[in-house]
Design a protein around this ligand. Structure first.
Ligand SMILES: Cc1ncc(C[n+]2csc(CCOP(=O)(O)OP(=O)(O)O)c2C)c(N)n1
Ligand SMILES: [Mg+2]
Length: 433
């Protein structure tokens, strides 16, 4: 190609690549067109370490660099919770942990039919988030959110019987993990997936309630891995556009199976994703029950006012493997040490007993003992429940038409109900500075 022709082609490519063509002058960025966004951050500590993948031949390891010996931050005082509520959440967190310890033992005794999944280290996130829901709100937990189930009124025996596929379990032995819901009393959508499919379903629940004349809060969860999926985007974008009361907890527990969060996304904080959806984004320390509750409460209130969804990123660490079969050998030991010092239960106990002095050491011991007694009774009950009769296997699996009726929960559907039509400018003014 002749030199002249080449230069002309280059120029054309350059002009067309910015989409402006030859004649449109590039407008300078002025201060009025420059936009800035704020992500609220409740944390009292911002961990400063990175994980790096190191390959040697076929071997893959992860190495941590940065400040792994930082001092443990205090619990942030709640704007909303009183003494009684804090102690109640603490009790639920204990029950959450001890239920999982019991499940692990049942598994080791060969009584569990499948695997077991744990939320060790995530109890504050599960319990304090669901604690912000009101009776008419809905939720859709994921497999690690055993605490959310306990908060909404399921008993430890339900979880244990489910894992053992007993006839007294919520699915009457039809499932061996967490696939059960309750559309009657506890307003719970059955966990259907770890990878985002709960998000559009919960958005749909909020839309359904609105069509019945009510704005409710609907809460669900997604992991640092699961948030990359298409359905996560579609569900949250739909909720944002329709101003549906979705409260989405992004549980950034630093691992998606054996993939570290640093290899999962390029943004610094997953809460930044909220900006792209045009909704508020909040960061909390997921090991601090007060921070989790405050962010959840504010998001639920916003949802009930009909103002739309909120994305809350809870930062914490998955303190076990993906499931019981996974020893998590790929996790650097120093990461476990760092987060073990930030154990949500130990920190909350210290806050209640030593900082606030809302419980004496003796009252605390009594509370722990009462949780253990309760757990033991639950375990006995679950063990005594029989397995389902073989001849019942085909029953209760498919709806046969007259087995149950699904009625509108909040009122007769109102056709023509107007969804919110707040102008986008208002949205921007409220949430972003
Ligand atoms: C389509 C599909 N692919 C893979 C899996 C297996 N799987 C379940 S959870 C998971 C990782 C999820 O990681 P994350 O979203 O961070 O949640 P976490 O387990 O840390 O709570 C994978 C790969 C699946 N359930 N479905
Ligand atoms: Mg994860």
């Amino acid at each position: 190609m002749a030199k002249k022709k080449k230069a002309a082609l280059k120029a054309r490519v350059r002009h067309s690549s910015n989409g402006r063509g030859n004649h449109a002058p590039q407008s300078p960025i002025t201060s009025s067109s420059q936009r800035t966004y704020t992500i609220a951050d409740y944390r009292l500590e911002k961990p400063t370490f990175d994980i790096r993948q190191v390959r040697k031949g076929d071997e893959v390891r992860y190495e941590v660099s940065g400040e792994v010996n930082a001092p443990v931050p205090p619990i942030r005082e709640s704007k909303y919770l009183d003494k009684k509520q804090c102690i109640e959440i603490y009790r639920l967190m204990l029950l959450n942990r001890k239920t999982e310890i019991a499940l692990e033992n049942l598994y080791k005794q060969g009584k569990v039919v499948g695997g077991v999944y744990f939320g060790l280290g995530q109890e504050a996130c599960s319990c304090a988030s669901a604690y912000a829901l009101q009776k008419d709100d809905w939720f859709g937990p994921m497999i690690r959110n055993q605490g959310s189930l306990l908060v909404r009124g399921f008993r430890a025996r339900d979880i244990m019987m489910q894992y053992m596929a007993k006839s007294g379990s919520p699915t009457k032995g039809r499932d061996g993990t967490s696939h059960f819901g309750d559309i009657e009393k506890r307003n719970m959508v059955s966990p259907i997936s770890m990878l985002g499919d709960l998000i559009p379903v919960l958005a749909g629940v909020a839309l359904g309630a609105r069509l019945q004349g009510r704005n409710i809060a609907v809460m669900t969860y997604i992991g640092d891995g699961g948030q990359s999926t298409g359905v996560t985007y579609e569900g949250l974008n739909f909720a944002a556009v329709q101003d549906l009361g979705l409260v989405l907890f992004v549980e950034n527990n630093l691992w998606a199976y054996s993939t570290p969060a640093d290899m999962q996304f390029r943004v610094k904080d997953l809460a930044e994703r909220a900006i792209g959806y045009g909704i508020p984004g909040v960061i909390v320390d997921g090991t601090d029950a007060c921070q989790v509750y405050d962010a959840a409460h504010e998001a639920c209130e916003r949802a009930r006012r009909g103002e739309g969804p909120t994305l809350i990123e809870a930062k914490m660490m998955r303190m076990k493997g993906h499931a019981i079969h996974d020893a998590a050998d790929y996790v650097p030991k120093s990461m476990f040490e760092y987060w073990r010092k930030r154990d949500p239960i130990t920190r909350f106990e210290n806050y209640l007993v030593n900082v606030k002095k809302w419980m004496t050491p003796e009252e605390n011991e009594n509370l722990v003992a009462s949780v253990e007694r309760e757990l033991e009774a639950e375990r006995e009950f679950a063990l005594a429940s029989p397995l389902p009769k073989p001849e019942s296997a085909a029953g209760g699996v498919y709806c046969e038409g007259d087995c149950h009726e699904i009625k509108p929960k909040y009122g007769a559907p109102k056709t023509g109900t107007k969804v919110s039509s707040r102008p986008k400018e208002t949205n921007a003014a409220i949430h972003f500075k």
